[in-house]
Design a binder for this molecule. Sequence first.
Ligand code: NAP
Length: 266
Amino acid sequence: MLSGVPAPTDRVALILGGTAEGRALAAAAVAVGRPVVSSLAGRVSRPALPVGPVRIGGFGGPAGLADYLTGARIGAVVDATHPFAATMSANAVLACTAVGIPLLRLARPGWAGRPDAGSWLWADSTTAAATVTRQTGRRPFLTTGRQTLQDFAALADRPTLVRVVEPPDLPLPGSWQVIQDRGPYAVAGELALMHAHGIDVVVTKDSGGAYTSAKLDAAGALDIPVVVVRRPAPDARVPAVDSVAAALDWLRSPGAGDGRGGPASG
Ligand code: NAP
């Protein structure tokens, strides 16, 4: 160990969160005495707060994050943001590279490994998903999140059911119906919802996890086509794990917090 460089467990690790995995990692780290601080974007009105210290709000781009990492003497970063939070993930790479501290990506597995994934219609973007959806059904169930709604203008004349956690911040077509809800969802409820609204196509991002996957089971049971937006490509330079246990191992390993290594060093 270099003189003056704290041991891995002595320097706080930053968990970029906003996900169940981020919360689980914070809880696991606190349980074993690994100091962490969790960061949330501050977008939702009633966020589920992780165990341990939490900061809320954007950093001000990569430069702001780099300043934070230095000022707070952060020793390692785990990017546990949602698989579709591409801007934050890219900012984390830039900031960790600039400051020279290790970065790990923790992302839950996608749904592509499910047995029914081969029957879905995959799209490379939300805009492409809108086109496919228009060609596929007349009564879509749109579950890709509030921030993607502007990309579905192709469905403006369709009676579309939109489910969001927070209210949309843009005017929506009159034929759309918005329901505000948050997971976890059960298959029975999803079946009832799709049935009640006469849904004939389901649109989702490849978020992965069990929290919102009941809609896929319900769509399968009802033989309703599913349009899935592919995940943004991961940054190949960043080591990645798909489980909280593996991320905790990394956080407790030499090099994750002692100032050695960098995003490319896994
Ligand atoms: P994004 O587009 O990748 O990031 C936009 C900006 O939000 C970032 O540049 C950053 O602002 C701020 N930000 C994002 N995550 C942050 C975090 N954990 N801590 C502090 N600032 C953060 O992000 P997003 O897709 O809007 O997601 C926002 C949050 O919601 C994330 O924490 C994510 O894990 C969670 N979430 C996202 C989705 C989704 O579908 N995208 C779903 C569920 C949960 P500055 O540039 O000012 O630092």
